[in-house]
Design a protein around this ligand. Structure first.
Ligand code: MET
Ligand SMILES: [Zn+2]
Length: 745
């Protein structure tokens, strides 16, 4: 008999089925509910979630229920729990929610903690800030308090906390390697365990995905050593340790810690069967990050092959999938039957655990088999004409005329001044646009009325850019609810959900589309907007598309073929749009790839193959563009310093890249690499409403010009402007244009 429960999940979405958490957070931030009411609402949400998990079949009394503690972010929870005060905020420490919100959101004088993507997901965590003086203390007892809260309501839960190796590897520090602080941090895990044990807890889950990733600056052995001390500390504190290292293949790295923990959760979808024999195993056979129904037969086979001391688990916390399929009636019965969101995945875990225990399979297995069969045979999942087109691609489909020759043709077709100015695409998405979209969606306004409202917005955006005397204009993207969903809505092979919200960070949630079939583009859908904008000005208006990798990264993608094949289908759909944009007279087309870095595999050995197909899909999308057509791309949200080669490989004529936020750091990497095509390092940060002065922009242009030949340099902001207001946008762009004039002089 295993000590560990038969079935568990590594974590559950915290945002709430109806985004209750988002609403509570925003209400508290706006002062509409006080801290006590916030505490009441979030407690209610946590207990309702636990109740639902029990209704779905997880046991309430054996630590199979994961305990959710975070208001905002689980890495922030560790920062708060261990009192890791950022050096720059040492004199600002308060407590309670005020302190939590200062770290998460900043205030007028102080920036919040930086946000970065959690491994290769689209979830953002708050980066801990440490230095040589950092000390730790059990400063916040939320994990203990919430255990007690749940226990009082009848749930014996399993608390979780980011383990010390992952915490330190993800932190940043001035003047010291973060891992040098391990000796100070690890004892706190013991203290936490003691407190939890005193409150009646039995297990603590240590989340250590850093063990299965290759993180710059750390060796696996170093991280294993820290994770091991953390696990030992927890055991000394009186708890059993579940070491959770999902998100990737272990290949021996996690097994090495087997004798220091009481159970290990492995990702058996991304990785193979581990070699552990004595340590109980939580077999991650239900995928925590995609939305597809599990092949229960295959999962059961894996479980039976995993040895005797095995329980059923998810590969990762279910943080990355929506709550439930229940409200998704619009998806249609067939597609719905292929899917499993968080609640349906919990049911799968329970079904598998029962089968493992009883040795017999329930009717749920037949249902799963039938759904899988229907998916494999369904119309649209395989589209003959799409497949034929991919299969018959010519060797030169991804190659344009050499850059020097193209550039000359482009200069002739579209003459531009030195240091051309442009923006990244979107302009403020005003309340009016959102209202117009909502009204149209509800059928309260006609297509014609909606189109007129959007056209008015395009006119406003063109007028503004004309007044500012920008060189390459955009239409402002008012017709797009989201830069990926808009494409999903216009391509075959995708469906969108009504309420499939997934937390992106803090109170922000996105609704990823579901890419379930072969992708093609039935008809042009961006051309009308660009053409309309172009009809209002003599200046060139950029066509604006989202690239194949970003469309994949921000959707739930089919798991029945390699990502590379799906990316090529999306690329061809985009190539069709590019051809139509060209036919309509567009001479500059931007294909955004902000997520290029996000999908970079966690293991260094997998990266070359990834960059090969991802860059290849971009090149397939743009490869058939006429040499006269200037292809732009845009990158943001990540540090790109380490993949400059791949960026070079995109072969775009012009690349705009987020740079202002990191004070032009990337410019040096680009200069060091040597770069011969157009490049626009962002000259102001669009993430805050602050208006940069002309001097500030000039300074950044100066850094760029010192590193990059002037004839390659473009001047643009860091990213799109859709989250900003009009007033700050026009003032900021004024500074950008003025600084450019000075630089030209
Ligand atoms: C996250 S990148 C955004 C690019 C898009 N064209 C925009 O301007 O909003
Ligand atoms: Zn961007």
């Amino acid at each position: 008999m295993t000590l560990f429960p038969n079935g568990t999940i590594l974590g559950y979405p915290r945002i709430g089925p109806d985004r209750e958490l988002k609403r509570a957070l925003e209400a508290n931030w706006r002062g509409r509910i006080d801290d006590a009411e916030f505490a009441r609402r979030t407690s209610e949400l946590r207990l309702a979630d636990l109740q639902r998990l029990v209704e779905l079949g997880l046991s309430p009394d054996d630590a199979s229920l994961p305990l959710e503690t975070a208001h905002y972010d689980h890495v922030l929870d560790a920062t708060l729990t261990f009192g890791a005060v950022p050096p720059r905020l040492r004199d600002a420490v308060t407590h309670g929610l005020a302190w939590e919100w200062l770290l998460a959101r900043g205030d007028v004088d102080r920036a919040p903690l930086e946000m970065t993507k959690w491994f290769d997901t689209n979830y953002h965590y708050l980066v801990p800030e440490l230095d040589a003086e950092t000390t730790f203390s059990l400063a916040d007892t939320r994990i203990v308090d919430r255990f007690i809260e749940a226990r009082a309501a009848g749930f014996h839960t399993r608390p979780a906390v980011v383990g010390p190796a992952t915490y330190l590897a993800l932190a940043k520090a001035e003047g010291v390697r973060t891992t040098e602080l391990a000796d100070r941090l690890v004892p706190l895990y013991r203290e936490l365990a003691e407190r939890l044990a005193a409150a009646g807890a039995t297990w603590l889950q240590l989340d250590e995905p850093a063990l299965v990733a290759d993180l710059e600056g750390f060796t696996p052995v170093e991280l294993q050593g820290i994770a091991r001390s953390g696990a030992r500390a927890v055991r000394e504190g009186g708890l059993k340790v579940l070491l959770a290292a999902g998100y990737g293949e272990s290949s021996g790295r996690v097994e090495a810690l087997a004798s220091d923990v009481d159970a290990i959760a492995f990702d058996l979808v991304r990785g193979g069967l581990p070699a552990v024999t004595d340590t109980p195993l939580v077999a991650g056979v239900v995928h925590g990050r995609n939305v597809w129904r599990t092949d229960l037969d295959k999962a059961l086979e894996t479980l039976r092959a995993s040895g005797s001391d095995v329980s059923v688990g998810t590969t990762t916390p279910l943080l990355h999938v929506p709550h439930t399929l229940e409200p998704e009636s619009d998806l249609g019965d067939e597609l719905r039957s292929w899917l499993a969101f968080a609640d349906e995945k919990v049911a799968e875990v329970v079904t598998l655990a029962d089968a493992l225990r009883t040795g017999t399979t329930s009717p749920a297995f037949d249902e799963a088999r039938a759904a899988l069969g229907s998916r494999a045979a369904a119309e649209g999942v395989r589209d003959g004409s799409v497949r034929e087109r991919v299969a018959s691609l010519q060797a030169d489909a991804r190659t344009r005329l050499p850059y020097d020759q193209r550039a000359q043709l482009q200069r002739q077709k579209t003459p531009l001044p030195a240091l051309p100015t442009t923006t990244i695409g979107s302009f403020p998405q005003t309340g009016d646009i959102r209202l117009a979209r909502a009204a149209h969606a509800k059928g309260e306004s006609s297509d014609e009325q909606y189109r007129e409202a959007l056209q008015a917005e395009v006119r406003r955006v063109i007028d503004l850019q004309s007044d500012l005397e920008l060189d390459v204009l955009v239409h402002g993207e008012p017709e797009r609810n989201d830069m990926v969903q808009y494409f999903a809505e216009n391509f075959n092979g995708f469906s969108v959900t009504k309420r499939g919200w997934v937390q992106s960070y803090g109170s922000r949630a996105t609704r990823p589309s579901i890419l379930w079939g072969d992708v093609s583009r039935p008809k042009p859908f961006t051309v009308e907007w660009i053409s309309y904008a172009q009809s209002l000005t003599e200046k060139p208006v950029k066509g604006m598309l989202t690239g194949p990798v970003t469309i994949l990264a921000w959707s739930f993608v089919r798991d029945d073929q390699p990502l590379a094949d799906t990316a090529d289908q999306v690329a061809l759909a985009l190539a069709d749009e590019i051809a139509d944009l060209e036919a309509a007279g567009t001479s500059i087309i931007q294909v955004d790839e902000p997520a290029l870095r996000e999908l970079l595999p966690l293991r260094a050995s997998d990266r070359a193959a990834y960059l090969d197909w991802s860059v290849g899909s971009f090149r397939l999308a743009t490869g058939q563009a006429a040499p006269e057509t200037q292809i732009h791309t845009h990158l943001c949200y990540s540090e790109f310093n380490t993949i400059i080669d791949a960026i070079d490989g995109l072969d775009a004529d012009v690349t705009s890249i987020e740079a202002a936020r990191s004070k032009m750091e990337v410019v040096e990497a680009i200069a060091a690499h040597g770069y011969s095509r157009g490049i626009g390092p962002g000259v102001y940060d669009i993430h805050s409403p602050r208006v940069p002065s002309t001097d500030e922009v000039s300074e950044l242009i100066g850094i760029a010009a010192a590193n990059i030949p002037e004839q390659l340099l473009w001047i643009n902001p860091d990213c799109g402007l859709k989250t900003r207001g009009y007033e700050e946008t026009s003032e900021s762009l004024r500074s950008l244009v003025d600084a450019t004039r000075l630089a030209r002089g």
